[in-house]
Design a protein around this ligand. Structure first.
Ligand SMILES: *[C@@H]1O[C@H](CO)[C@@H](O)[C@H](O)[C@H]1NC(C)=O
Ligand SMILES: *[C@@H]1O[C@H](CO)[C@@H](O)[C@H](O)[C@H]1NC(C)=O
Length: 192
């Protein structure tokens, strides 16, 4: 009985300190972003927009993940330094509020982008973004196929119109012949 109580007290203490820790770390850093899921086309630009609040100057780190691939993009401290990986240096723009701009998108850029914020006390927090990159070629092909379909429908309608005209002409000719026939029949029949 006594043993049980001791256990409970210990559990409560652990639970309490975990809650306090979580509350504290949640309080320390906040990352807010208007949109976590973005879709762009090849060659377009994207802004992973975030707003940070934390104690001291934050260290911002962005990482790209796709399948088993995990690649560091860059790390910076607002007003202090920015260190962008060679692969991304020409396309990445770091912002003081933690946001990252990525320009001239490629198909391989599709995936997850994780921002990790570390504050001056050493605690950190991260948030992920999903980026989809659409192929422009596909839209072109779609446009082409729609145009081809429209052309085919036009050609079909033209052929139908010509066939109807042809039929109408033949009917008119037949009707004219029939109109002339009785007279000829009559003249032919007269001698009989
Ligand atoms: C962060 O800063 C950039 C550039 O000044 C701005 O475009 C973006 O909207 C900001 N993000 C947020 C969430 O305020
Ligand atoms: C920039 O980051 C790389 C690793 O991502 C590191 O090796 C290098 O020392 C860093 N440079 C600076 C100036 O912090």
């Amino acid at each position: 009985m006594w043993h049980f109580k001791l256990c409970n007290v210990q559990n409560a203490a652990v639970f309490f300190s975990i809650t306090l820790y979580l509350y504290h770390s949640a309080e320390a850093i906040s990352i807010s972003s208007p949109q976590r899921s973005l879709t762009r086309s090849v060659q377009e630009d994207v802004l992973f927009s975030v707003e940070l609040t934390c104690t001291g100057i934050p260290t911002i780190q962005w990482t790209f993940m796709s399948g088993a691939v995990s690649r560091a993009i860059g790390m910076w401290q607002p007003g202090m330094y920015s260190n962008i990986t060679v692969d991304y240096s020409s396309r990445v723009k770091p912002y003081d509020n933690g946001s990252m701009g990525l320009s001239d998108l490629r198909l391989q850029d599709a995936g997850y982008y994780v921002i990790t914020v570390t504050d001056s006390t050493g605690s950190s927090k991260d948030t992920g973004f999903v980026l989809k990159v659409n192929e422009v070629l596909y839209e072109d092909l779609q446009y082409l196929s729609v145009s081809a379909l429209a052309l085919a429908v036009c050609a079909g309608l033209l052929m139908l119109a010509m066939w109807l005209l042809h039929k109408a002409c033949r009917k008119i000719k037949a009707w004219r012949r029939r109109k002339q026939m009785p007279e000829r029949d009559a003249t032919e029949l007269q001698p009989l």
